[in-house]
Design a protein around this ligand. Structure first.
Ligand code: 5GP
Ligand code: MN
Length: 341
């Protein structure tokens, strides 16, 4: 349940503001783009001036979403993004809970005197907004945004295009309703979205079955040559360096989901994926069961996320990052086992 006073505050803000900008996290995924563009459609239907500014580009498999073509990407057009941020009265953060998750765009946001709103489902939010709606129990930010809109009595402004966006985030954040989706409310919300006449099979097809030839080759390469097991820690890890990515004509989003594959190996409950990006190593962690990859990432890789899905980064070389991972996982795992006994 979302606090009524906070909902009232949000309603007043949206009704009285002039221009609204919605910002998702860096490297936005299905949930981040779905909640941004879905919310944008609804607020536009309410007659508001709304734009989405992203800290970086988004994967091509989301480009079919309504409004995707109008997104201002800070990395691609800094001037346009700064202009929009500086003239916004309200900025809504979706699907993240810390300034760090906006990378360089965060500096522009900090300069702005706009009212800040957060709508998010990551645990342990930073106090970075005037109106904070943080519900870690929600399957996805899309579920939460739809819930907020319905609670404000604005369900009639959710059109088919917005419903498609919201369904996408629920689908991608729950592995097509295979995890993190045992709350009946999630299904009630999906039912509400289906009533808007979305074609859920088509959405599944667009998101999961629009792989490029190169992505499939890269997946074959990483699973065939770059997957390593740590069976005594119930773990496996994968890694890709810049050269391998370039050889496979890498496009943003191409490695989405790679980290999940090792979890389908019997006895493997922790998975990690390391990828060279710019001058850093981007880290992704997944687990099944109680092992908290968000805490592991926070303590060792300057990151965070959810218990079973987290990310982080490393400034070390790939080899040193992997050495660190093995060493820290050993310590963390033994500690974890000790505590669950
Ligand atoms: P992914 O591995 O798909 O990039 O991220 C998995 C989850 O961890 C997502 O919920 C994402 O928001 C979160 N996450 C990814 N990278 C970071 C990071 O660098 N810092 C924090 N705090 N969370 C992250
Ligand atoms: Mn999410």
């Amino acid at each position: 349940m979302i606090d009524k006073t906070i909902l009232d505050k949000l309603k007043t803000e949206i009704i009285n503001t002039q221009s609204i900008t919605i910002v998702p996290h860096l490297n936005p995924d299905g949930d981040a783009m779905g909640s941004s563009l879905g919310l944008k459609s609804v607020l536009k239907n309410l007659g508001r001036d709304v734009e989405v500014v992203t800290p970086s580009g988004f994967p091509k498999f989301l480009s079919w979403m309504n409004g995707a073509g109008d997104v201002v990407d800070f990395e691609a057009d800094k001037q346009a993004a700064i202009q929009r941020i500086s003239t916004s009265d309200t900025i809504i953060f979706v699907d993240f809970n810390s300034i760090k998750r906006m990378a360089e765009l965060g500096e522009e946001i900090l300069k702005s005197s706009a009212t800040k709103v957060m709508i998010d489902h990551h645990p342990y939010p930073e106090d970075i907004a005037n109106i904070m709606i943080s519900v870690p129990e929600a399957s996805s930010t899309c579920e939460l945004v739809y819930n907020v809109i319905s609670s404000l009595g604005w369900d009639k402004y959710v059109d088919k295009e917005a419903a498609e966006c919201f369904y996408t985030g629920i689908m991608t954040d729950t592995g097509s309703l295979s995890y993190n989706s045992s709350n009946p409310d999630t299904y009630r919300i999906v039912a509400g979205l289906l009533e808007k006449e979305i074609d859920k099979d088509k959405i599944h097809q667009l998101v999961f079955h629009s792989n490029s030839f190169y992505r499939m080759k890269l997946l074959g390469h990483v699973l065939g040559a770059k997957m390593f097991l740590m069976p005594e820690h119930e773990a496996a890890f994968l890694w890709l360096d810049k050269d391998e990515l370039e050889q496979h004509n890498f496009q943003p989003g191409d490695t989405e989901g790679f980290v999940n594959y090792p979890l389908s190996i019997e006895g493997i409950n922790i998975s990690a994926f390391f990828m060279e990006k710019d001058d850093k190593i981007k880290c992704s962690f997944r687990s099944r069961g109680d092992f908290p990859v968000n805490l592991f990432s926070e303590q060792n890789f300057n990151g965070g996320g959810h218990r079973n899905a987290a990310g982080g980064e490393s400034m070390l070389s790939m080899q040193k990052t992997i050495e660190k991972f093995k060493k820290e996982l050993n310590t963390f795992y033994l500690n974890y086992k000790e505590n669950v006994k």
